[in-house]
Every structure is written in structure tokens, then in C-alpha cells.
Design a binder for this molecule. Structure first.
Ligand code: 4AD
Ligand code: MG
Length: 463
């Protein structure tokens, strides 16, 4: 007996005898003397149709093979005489492995809301939509690694536990030990590392160490932010991809970001066609057009100052109403509504905004000649807004030292970071892309909680 995954059966080139398929019952249709089971094992969006006749072994188990039950089916893979599928399994034996009580199994044969499915996040990957999301997520991770390896980048594992605040925004989760005897929080003297320890907000600082030794590198790992922003685009735990290149300036950084996004989207369109189609059909009708612009159009590059001018000119709608909730002035951090206006309404394609005011950006970004802006860039895409944030790093020892002092950061903590400038300093650049934001873009899913296996957001921590 050969075990076949549902995908293998559906993609088979020829009929096969004596096979076993295992999976969960999606639906069952009973007729007099025979029944159909739609079987899914998570390997594909499409189900495998099984037909079982009254004479088959285990016919008396059919009653227990309800929606959600796990079953094992032996038989032959035959060309389906019916319409709608090429192959089906003619069962010689049905065995129920685990029942799913129809009274209490929450996934019934109807469309459930995303809110409801979020409340049963442990069962939602068994639905069509979430099965597709998590298969695409897996393939996207592979596409990311493939892109960097094909382009000569080395993969660096940056630490999760850290003593530095990369973004200087103070939005970090503190890590402490528990007193082993009474379970209370330990006092600072008991701190395991003897200093304040946090979960990392970014792998960038470690990436800079390795860029200034191995050349072109990237990190891809979990990052954590204690921003109390209950938005559909922020998670407390998310995955970030951070390339870092030595001997590279801001333009190289923008070029890499654009090439990277185009490559990953093309890869997914080629390798996840069936799953991707579900989203363009059912989730976002404009998805195909949006992804076309990512792949085919040259990204529009605009300096921050010009972007602000555009937004100010368009602050009112044609009917004279305020277009934006947040007024635009030079110096503000762009809000999602502004980013979406630029990409969806104004340029109608991805936009790279660069040269941001220094006061809204992190300490490590390279100061521009004007002393007011830094060599930073954000890539904005339709629907999602900011998907990538990056910069050329300050490689000049004196300028960086001044900046650290100006911002009142603990200079002594950065001694090793300064060493990278002290010894053989080079212009270098990199960016961070939120992996979940990428998935939101390629699926059109509007809430970050729906593209991450176990969402962590304020007041929400299940399993
Ligand atoms: O713009 P950010 O904060 O940049 C950095 O952390 C840099 N150290 C990156 C670098 O240059 N190596 O974050 C980068 C990206 C954002 O553009 C966004 O896509 C994502 O990370 N991101 C989040 N995604 C989900 N939830 C959050 N709370 C996020 N915060 C940032
Ligand atoms: Mg940013």
C-alpha cells in the first residue's frame, strides 16, 4: 500500500492501485448504496473526492465520518467519471481515526467570519482560506531565502535576547527571570544577565556586524514590539527580514528593496497559483492589478519633502472635505492614510519615499548634507502602506558619536557598534521588511492577525 498525500493524488499522472489517503472530512454526501467524501489533508486547497460503496469495508463507520473527523481511506485512484475533478479514490476501506462531534465542532460547511475564526485560531488552518494563507506563508519564507542566496547574501542568525534598543523607541519587552523559590519577579541584582534585557525589536545591529565582515548578509527572524497600537498592521510579535550590505549607499538599498519585492511576488505567483487565486477571487478583487504594479512597474521614488508637498496639495477632496484625519506638515511621520493615498490614488504603484527628517528616524541613519534629513527610505505599497523601512547607516565616527549624545543614548553601551566605525569603516545600507506585511500585500488580507499563525496583540495571547 502506498500512502499518497492529497496533492500527490490530485496531480497524479496515471491511475494507481492500492493506495491509502489520510486526512480530514470536509463534507460527506450520502446516497442510497454509496457516498461521497471530500477529503483534505492540508497539502492542497482542492479536496480529493472519495467514493465509497455499501459493500466496502468500514461502510458502517460512515456515520461517524462527519465534517472534521480524521479518516484513513484505502482503495484505488481512478479517473473520475464525474465533472469537476480529474481523479477520485474508489474506496475499498474506510477507517475513522478521530471523530469530530457534529454538535460541537465549530467549523461547519458555511463561511465563517474572520473575527470568529480568530477566536478559534487553533482550528482555522483547517479552513480553505487559512490553509491557503499558511501554505503561501511557507512558500514566501522559502522565496525570501532563495532570493538572497541567489544574489550572494549570507544568512545571519541575530539574537532574540538583547541588551540594546536598536530603534531607540523604547518599545521593548523586558525579560526577567522568576525567583525560583517564590515565583515572584526577581530583583535587578538577580537579573540573569546582570543588566536590562529585552526581546529584540530588530536584527539590524547584528546584521551590521556581519555586513562589515562578510559583505552582503541578511537576517530573518522573530522580532517583538511593545507598541500599544491596536491597528490592523501591528503585531507585538512579527517576523522581519533584514538585509545589510557593505559598500552600499541609499540608492543601492532602494534598488535591492524593489528587486526583492518583485522577485518574491513573482515566485509566489508561479508556485502558489491555486492558493493565490482564492484571494484575488474572494478577498480583494483588485489584488491582481495591485500585484501587477509591484512586478511590472518601476517603483516611484520621491523625496519626503516632495511627498509632503503632494499630500498638502491634496489635503482636500474635490468636494472640499478634509481627505486625511491627520494634517500633513513637514516633519510628521507619515500615517497609513497618507501612504495609501500616495500609492493607491496618486502614483498608483509602489512608492519609495526617501530623505526623511532626522527627528522622526533612528540614531543610526546617515545624516544628509542639509543636516535636517537622513538617508532613510520607506517602501510603500497599495493597501498596506509601509512594507519596508531602511537606510544608509552613519559610518562616520564623529557624526555618529554626536548623534548618540544629542539623543541622550547610553554611549558606553554602543562601544562595539562604534568599533565597526573605528576599524575599517565602510558606507553600508540595509532595510527591514515585515514578513506579515508582505503576506498582507500578496493576499489582500486586511488584518495582520490573519496572516500569522499565532497572533500576539495587546490583550491577546492564546497558546
Ligand atoms: O521601520 P522599522 O521599524 O525598521 C527597523 O526596525 C530597522 N531596524 C530595519 C532595518 O533597517 N534593518 O521596521 C521595519 C519593517 C516595517 O517597514 C514594517 O514592515 C515592519 O518592519 N514592522 C512591523 N510589522 C508588524 N508589526 C509591527 N509592530 C511592526 N513594526 C514594524
Ligand atoms: Mg519604519
Amino acid at each position: 500500500m502506498q500512502r499518497l498525500r492529497v496533492r500527490q493524488a490530485l496531480e497524479s499522472e496515471a491511475p494507481k492501485e492500492n493506495i491509502v489517503v489520510k486526512g480530514w472530512v470536509r463534507t460527506k454526501r450520502e446516497n442510497k448504496g454509496f457516498a461521497f467524501i471530500e477529503l483534505n489533508d492540508g497539502t492542497s486547497l482542492s479536496n480529493l473526492q472519495v467514493i465509497i460503496d455499501e459493500g466496502a469495508q468500514g461502510w458502517d463507520e460512515l456515520e461517524r465520518a462527519t465534517t472534521g473527523a480524521s479518516v484513513s481511506i484505502s482503495g484505488n485512484l481512478i479517473e473520475s467519471p464525474g465533472k469537476g475533478q480529474k481523479w477520485e479514490v474508489k474506496a475499498s476501506e474506510l477507517r475513522v481515526i478521530g471523530e469530530a462531534d457534529p454538535e460541537s465542532f465549530p467549523l461547519q460547511k458555511k463561511r465563517h467570519s474572520d473575527e470568529f475564526l480568530r477566536s478559534i485560531a487553533h482550528l482555522r488552518p483547517r479552513t480553505n482560506k487559512y490553509g491557503s494563507i499558511f501554505r503561501i506563508r511557507s512558500e514566501a519564507a522559502y522565496a525570501v531565502h532563495k532570493f538572497f542566496h541567489d544574489n550572494g547574501f549570507r544568512y545571519v542568525h541575530s539574537p532574540i535576547l538583547t541588551g540594546s534598543d536598536c530603534e531607540g523607541a523604547g518599545e521593548m519587552f523586558r525579560v526577567t527571570t522568576l525567583d525560583p523559590y517564590d515565583g515572584k519577579k526577581a530583583t535587578p541584582e538577580d537579573d540573569f544577565f546582570g543588566k536590562n534585557t529585552s526581546l529584540t525589536v530588530s536584527g539590524q545591529l547584528a546584521a551590521e556586524i556581519f555586513a562589515t565582515s562578510l559583505g552582503d548578509v541578511y537576517t530573518f527572524g522573530p522580532t517583538f514590539r511593545a507598541e500599544n497600537s491596536n491597528t490592523p498592521r501591528h503585531a507585538a510579535e512579527f517576523w522581519m527580514i533584514e538585509p545589510e550590505m557593505a559598500f552600499a549607499d541609499l540608492k543601492d538599498d532602494m534598488d535591492l528593496g524593489e528587486k526583492f519585492l518583485k522577485s518574491v511576488v513573482s515566485h509566489l505567483r508561479e508556485h502558489c497559483a491555486e492558493d493565490m487565486e482564492l484571494f484575488s477571487k474572494w478577498v480583494d478583487k483588485s489584488l491582481t492589478a495591485t500585484l501587477d504594479t509591484v512586478v511590472e512597474k518601476e517603483f516611484q521614488r520621491v523625496p519626503y519633502t516632495e511627498a509632503v508637498e503632494i499630500l498638502k496639495k491634496n489635503a482636500k477632496t474635490k468636494k472640499g472635505k478634509d481627505r486625511f484625519e491627520y494634517a500633513v506638515e513637514w516633519g510628521i511621520d507619515l500615517q497609513t492614510e497618507h501612504e495609501r493615498f500616495l500609492t493607491e490614488d496618486y502614483f498608483k504603484c509602489p512608492v519609495i519615499v526617501y530623505d526623511y527628517p532626522k527627528d522622526i528616524k533612528a540614531f543610526y541613519m546617515r545624516m544628509n548634507e542639509d543636516n535636517k534629513t537622513v538617508a532613510a527610505m520607506d517602501i510603500l505599497v497599495p493597501r498596506v502602506g509601509e512594507i519596508i523601512g531602511g537606510s544608509q547607516r552613519e559610518e562616520r565616527m564623529d557624526v555618529l558619536t554626536r548623534r548618540i549624545q544629542e539623543l541622550g543614548l547610553p554611549e558606553e553601551e554602543y562601544w562595539w557598534y562604534m568599533d565597526l566605525r573605528r576599524f575599517g569603516s565602510v558606507p553600508h545600507s540595509g532595510f527591514g521588511m515585515g514578513f506579515e506585511r508582505l503576506l498582507m500585500m500578496v493576499t489582500g488580507v486586511a488584518n495582520i492577525r490573519d496572516v500569522i499563525p499565532c497572533p500576539r496583540t495587546p490583550k491577546h495571547l492564546e497558546f
